[in-house]
Design a protein around this ligand. Sequence first.
Ligand code: ATP
Ligand code: MG
Length: 771
Amino acid sequence: METYLEQLNDAQRAPVLQKDGAMIVIAGAGSGKTRVLTFRIAYLMSQGVDPFNILSLTFTNKAAREMKNRISKIVGSSEAKNLWMGTFHSIFAKILRFEADKLGYPSNFTIYDTQDSQSVIRAVIKEMHLDKDVYKYKQVYSRISSYKNSLITVKAYFSNSDLMEADAMAKMPRLGDIYKSYVDKCFKAGAMDFDDLLLKTNELLTRFPEVLAKYQNRFRYILVDEYQDTNHSQYLIVRALSDKFQNICVVGDDAQSIYAFRGANINNILNFQKDYDEVKVFRLEQNYRSTKNIVNAANNIIEKNKTRLEKVVWTANDEGAKILVNRTMTDGDEGRFVASSIFENKMNHQMKDGDFAILYRTNAQSRAMEDALRKKDIPYRIYGGLSFYQRKEIKDVLSYLRLVLNPKDEEALKRVINYPARGIGGTTIDKLIVAANHYNRSIFEVMKNIDKIDLKINSGTKTKLQDFVTMIESFQVLNQNYDAFTITEHVSKKTGLLQELKKDGTPEGIARIENIEELLNGMRDFVEEQKEIADATGSLSEFMEDVALATDADSDKGDSDRVALMTVHLAKGLEFPYVYIVGMEEDLFPSGMSMNTRSELEEERRLFYVAVTRAEKQAYLTYTQSRYRWGKLIDAEPSRFIEEIDESFLEYLTPITENRYKPLLDADIFDDVDHSKLRLKKPVSSKAPMGPTEDQLRKLRRLKPVTSDTDKNFNAEDANLNVGTIVEHVRFGKGKIKSIEGLGADTKAEIDFENGGLKKLLLRFAKLKVV
Ligand code: ATP
Ligand code: MG
């Protein structure tokens, strides 16, 4: 047996050695699914399969790079570079470029990112004179996106009365028209959005049987990681490509399906066995990632879901520490707790910064964490949010580059036609847009022919427009002979972008120049790397493709020894010795927007399962009692997910006897608690508060339902709280109730406070006094 195969257990080795046929590996977190895929590819190569014939689809491009490196090491050659490996979007964008003409697109089509797409939609809504408060562009974008991912084209939309009715019910009867106009505009600009990359691939494979046959023959072996999160469009592509040889291996975990909100369909995993003639099912049970305590707690969490496949996950690893639960007063305190704790763990356990991750439900939560980490000089890196390539100065440079490749790209053109300022004003641009629509040509073409049409533009401005065209065309000539780095260096100088920032002279301006330098450095590396790959040359178009599809998790630039901050969604597939799951509060995690149905709540629970299973040694759950959200301070309640975990897996760092729970302790119900025992248990840090003993906790917990019942019976009227009532709050002083909403325990009031302005408070916690 090849020695590398010894690094697998028997259950893992089986799907690796099963060279041909359709197979699915269903297994819980940390059981080696991704490892199986990696080793399987190495094995296929060792059996003489050409890497050009292997297609492997991963969740991020970074995961693909890591896999390739791993495989190179195992097979001991650089052949792994030739594997087709990456995200669905990046692989199929490549294929679409080869085949673009069949679909009527230029092969250098632009890939619109979310910002670009939303900007087009905003323009459409404006052009159609629709109310932008009814037609919210982000909402319209996500509806269109979900249609595309379900392969509902504009034509299909207009022949489906149910869909049209649903949109009309949602007060957006013109959605179909927006959809149509959006699609037309993208097509005219020679642009595909993210969803088109899948939609158009499907179109390509269904409309052109010879193209399908070509790629079926090319991709003799197909592998898919995180199969539970494929959407319908992705599913159909995989299905079509693997139909001929049926050498397909997918791995996944139904318990980690967390993208239903974006159209992922868990049934893809459940129905896999029906899709192929003969399917082998493999299961892995041993977790190699986490301690016993974490594995068991995770099992305990997911058990609460009704919709799931029975699975066994166990580990031979150490028992490990309990999951630590910490409460703070504010989100600022929460950040400080996490930063101190990281600091101490680093000292006490000789850990590196890169051994820690802070996971949250929403990107907005990163701010408090960042502030605290900065104060303690702990280096960190935020994944997601605004990526490097979306920074203003970078996007400006990229927009010029996009125009070089595709001058029809309207979003790029609008962005830089007058930046740096060259005297082309808004009115001129509007005239160009009108003319472009009228002649059904791109703005750039109108500019090229500006002498031939009468747009009432004065000759000075005309010259400026012509100069712009000439400049872009000169870049295009250069692009025929030089690599991405050389062109970009030239472009950033010749357009005046760099001078503009130098002129600025502020620290922000200097930081922007540094970012552009960073972009150039990245390009130089890219060009070097590409030259090692067969068929690649380091051209601008290759680079732009990479950039357009860089997902949030990809932007790791070597300096990985930093605390990682990211949403739980992005953390899928990753692992860290120490994991802090912050903001464990009702309405936040589970998200307030995902608690309407059981299936939504179950998806949130799966998300929580994903979060906990990222931890190798130690997991923390933290929550706060008040938090700024949407610019307001709101009262927060601990997440039900903490409650749901059997207490034997948890250890509370803070006594649950203060503040929020105070009313619990005041009354007679607490007579059976020995207060003298509510003492510190084990010092966690010199400053951090300590927790009660197991025994006390049990008592506290037993008592809790009593109060939550009284809470549930909260009644605003009984408490004499009505609109107009003047009340007093401990922190915010006197205020007047503006409105009341919700019932019973959920009653909230909007109150205008003398000291705090307008606040929305949950009344059962607000402890208001009627003045
Ligand atoms: P997830 O569901 O989170 O994606 P996974 O099932 O893909 O997890 P891997 O990431 O492949 O699991 O493996 C988890 C960890 O366990 C990795 O660090 C991996 O290297 C290690 N591991 C897996 N199998 C073995 C093994 N047989 N021997 C040693 N380490 C292993
Ligand atoms: Mg994995």
